[in-house]
Design a protein around this ligand. Structure first.
Ligand code: URA
Length: 265
């Protein structure tokens, strides 16, 4: 049995030593080093949802009954960025957004899909697939991302129309043109805006240009993903295979495959 387990783990991308060790752990001789959660059963390592073996970190092992699956597809994380952290690896006094991610296995592999400024909250995706990152952020692809903004002074529907028509030019010459603007209150101080590009401080600069500075700004969607899936500020989760596939499909790409194996203990 141990040999079968080792083979499966090896075929799932674990090296020989790790496969041997994990297979032994699973079949009982090192059971004390494993933790098993309640439903669905999964091996939970010490740190951030990954297995550490000697100095290497391996993909998450999921164990349901007698099933062992090692996910080896692309990593896509959704994170709810709180206010006051920067979208940068530079950790200036604990303010890096990477501090919230599982470290070091995932955080060191992934890059943010675009940036949110320090005071902006909401959905921030991360991935280890450079091609996906490129497709999701390239202005040519016009990937939709939406925000909810609260403004210091209300604006009218007519001003929103002007913005959407691309009639307002910012100081650097950029002409923002939100694809959609939807009023969220009677007064016109809360708006949902959908953009298809990621220019520096775009929403804040655009609203300042119409004399309605932004007080709070939250990104609520990016491509196929929504903030409701990471409702708690500061939380993160790895997207499931279906969500990853939908995200890739939205930019006409396909993800790498997940490798699954079976172990009969
Ligand atoms: N627009 C902004 O002004 N800030 C962000 O973080 C994102 C979009």
């Amino acid at each position: 049995m141990r040999i079968a387990a080792r083979k499966i783990l090896q075929s799932a991308g674990f090296d020989r030593g790790a496969s041997e060790w994990l297979a032994e752990a699973w079949t009982g001789s090192r059971r004390g080093e494993l933790t098993v959660d309640a439903e669905p059963l999964r091996f939970t390592p010490e740190e951030g949802g990954v297995w550490q073996f000697r100095n290497r970190f391996y993909p998450e092992l999921e164990v349901g009954c007698t099933i062992v699956a090692a996910r080896t597809g692309p990593v896509v994380l959704a994170h709810h960025k709180p206010v006051g952290v920067v979208t940068s690896r530079v950790d200036d006094g604990g303010t890096s957004v990477f501090n919230a991610l599982p470290w070091p296995h995932l955080a060191e592999r992934v890059e943010p899909v675009g940036r949110l400024d320090m005071e902006t909250t909401g959905l921030l995706l991360f991935t280890d697939d450079g091609e996906l990152l490129h497709r999701l952020t390239h202005p040519k692809r016009q990937v939709e991302r939406s925000y909810e903004a609260t403004l210091r002074t209300p604006i009218t529907e007519a001003v929103a129309e002007q913005l959407m028509a691309g009639t307002i030019t910012l100081r650097d010459g950029h002409v923002p043109a939100p694809r959609k603007m939807q009023k969220l209150d009677a007064e016109g101080r809360r708006w949902q805006l959908t953009l298809v590009e990621g220019k520096y401080h775009e929403v804040r600069r655009m609203m300042r240009a119409v004399e309605a500075p932004v007080i709070t700004l939250e990104r609520i969607t990016y491509a196929t993903q929504s903030l409701t899936d990471v409702a708690e500020p500061g939380s993160w989760r790895r997207l499931g295979d279906d969500e990853v596939a939908a995200l890739y499909a939205s930019v006409s790409a396909t993800p790498g495959s997940s490798v699954e194996g079976w172990i009969e203990p």
